[in-house]
Design a protein around this ligand. Structure first.
Ligand SMILES: Cc1cc2nc3c(=O)[nH]c(=O)nc-3n(C[C@H](O)[C@H](O)[C@H](O)COP(=O)(O)OP(=O)(O)OC[C@H]3O[C@@H](n4cnc5c(N)ncnc54)[C@H](O)[C@@H]3O)c2cc1C
Length: 471
């Protein structure tokens, strides 16, 4: 059994816990022996990230079952000088959820309590380990909706989605995760517990800790519970797949449609090469071919299909349109978009970029990014897809070993293109360990210094997720 815990980087040195310390039994005394995992078989699901690119070296996973247990684990690690990587569903795409330098993984999956929906405030309190899918189901049973949604919904947790301030398919209408977190409970890196779950809409009593923890990527503390704002559910949903002869034509349509209604939930974009890959990988059927596709979904209390059809008649350069007439058709259309990430992953760990540019620049950017990769190497394939109305493209480059110098050059070329378009090097996945050398391309040194000062205040010994965010 492993008795010492590898520790994190504090002021540039790697600390080691005294090997004599019986870490296992101390952790077991807090969470119960069955919830301290150390065997290869038990550690396996917690060790490799979703992309397969990042492999942890940590030898201990702890699974606390309550906020008090999380606090005791954090305090023990702090006393021992051991660093911690919080982990939820392990679906993050920037290498932030695995123990790259032997840290202790604190899994939140047992923090899975789901409170009742408060219909008067349209709010719900849930544990950090509850999945997005479970929250969405609980909300739907009460006739409401938790509008943060994306393909990893059945594994990604509320804690992880808060830590990454996740976006997803409905940001256009409902905003990112931060907008829906109206209260939070967390154990800070200091070991202190902060809890503010009242959910008052108006509550200007100092710093907004919930807002601060959103997007903090586990560097400040471990989120243990959250109070979430739900939204009304609509009775009618219209889902269409539209083919265009170019990305310029597609983005013209996005501009026109989004200026005519605020009832669009999702406006997703993908291209011929990605659609074909999904088809071939998962044996799906593409209703028609086109160079560029928009998947558009509206929800309303009246049927919007006819209105949308009328609008589309006035949009030029449409190749074809498929309207989902039932749930099965809707699922098939969504698969074409949502299966891009798993289909690309079958080609080996890709170089993943998740960037935003001003929406109007998306056509030029999509051409420029292809060009910038091609100028470095002709051996790579570049797949683009994403959330069109947010100007958010997922750029996936395959055919290159991500751990080579060539990959670094491609990464720099792509990020330089993003900056040339005044974009952001991370739209919704966060910085993690994958993007930290690019943080200064989107944030000034004064901003990064302010972030570091906040980290020092809440995590004085630097034990919380030391491999992410800051280089
Ligand atoms: C197929 C697929 C599609 C995706 N689509 C989208 C998308 O459209 N939009 C989007 O934004 N993301 C998307 N993602 C990325 C990912 O699902 C999100 O980042 C998600 O929010 C991570 O949640 P998780 O529970 O899996 O967190 P993890 O992967 O376990 O962790 C992610 C980060 O959060 C930290 N963390 C986890 N739990 C806690 C906690 N309780 N307290 C503090 N820190 C914590 C970890 O240390 C790590 O830094 C997608 C992923 C996949 C695989």
């Amino acid at each position: 059994m492993q008795s010492g815990i590898g520790a994190g980087d504090r002021a540039g040195t790697v600390l080691r816990v005294n090997d004599q310390v019986d870490t296992f039994s101390q952790l077991a005394a807090i969470v119960g022996e069955g919830h301290v995992l150390t065997s290869d078989g038990d550690l396996a699901p917690y060790t490799v990230d979703w992309t397969g690119r990042y492999r942890g070296t940590g030898r201990i996973v702890v699974r606390p079952g309550s906020t008090d247990e999380v606090a005791d684990v954090v305090r023990l690690c702090r006393r021992s000088g051991a660093a911690i990587v919080p982990q939820g569903g392990n679906t993050g795409l920037v290498g932030g959820s695995v123990a790259l330098q032997g840290e202790v993984v604190v899994s939140t999956r047992r923090l899975n309590l789901i409170g009742d929906v408060d219909r008067s405030t349209r709010q719900i309190t849930v544990g950090a380990g509850v999945t997005l899918g479970e929250v969405r189901t609980a909300a739907e049973r009460a006739g409401l909706c938790y509008p943060v949604d994306f393909a990893a919904r059945d594994s990604a947790t509320i804690g992880g989605s808060i830590a990454t301030n996740a976006g997803g398919i409905s940001v256009l209408r409902y905003g990112m995760t931060r907008r829906h977190v109206v209260g939070i409970e967390a154990v800070l890196g200091s070991g202190d517990v902060v809890s503010h779950l009242g959910g008052l809409i108006k509550d200007n009593t100092g710093f907004d800790l919930a807002g601060l923890l959103c997007g903090s990527e586990g560097t400040l503390g471990i989120v243990t519970a959250a109070r979430l704002q739900l939204v009304p559910i609509h009775t009618n949903r219209t889902t269409v797949l539209i083919g265009f002869d170019s990305v310029t034509a597609a983005m013209f349509a996005v501009d026109r449609l989004c200026s005519s209604s605020d009832e669009f939930d999702a406006v997703e974009i993908f291209f011929e090469s990605g659609a074909r890959l999904v088809n071939e990988t998962f044996d799906r059927s593409l209703p028609f071919d086109a160079p560029c596709f928009l998947l558009i979904e509206m929800s309303s209390n009246i049927d919007r299909t006819e209105w949308l059809a009328g609008e589309l008649e006035r949009v030029p350069h449409v190749v074809d349109v498929a309207v989902a007439l039932n749930d099965a058709m809707r699922t098939n259309i969504w698969r074409l978009r949502e299966e891009h990430t798993p289909a690309i992953n079958t080609l080996g760990p890709p170089l993943k970029f998740d960037v935003t540019v001003p929406v109007g620049d998306l056509p030029d950017f999509s051409e420029a990014v292809h060009r910038s990769v091609h100028e470095v190497t002709s051996e790579a394939s570049t797949y683009l897809f994403g959330h069109a109305a947010d100007g958010n493209l997922h750029v996936n480059v395959t055919g290159i070993d991500p751990d080579t110098q060539l990959a670094r050059v491609v990464e720099e070329a792509v990020m330089a293109t993003v900056v040339a378009f005044h974009g952001s090097v991370s739209a919704e996945h966060g910085i993690g360990s994958a993007k930290k050398r690019f943080l200064s391309m989107s944030r000034s040194s004064a901003e990064i210094d302010a972030m570091r000062a906040i980290k020092r205040a809440l995590d004085p010994d630097g034990i919380m997720n030391p491999n992410v965010l800051f280089d």
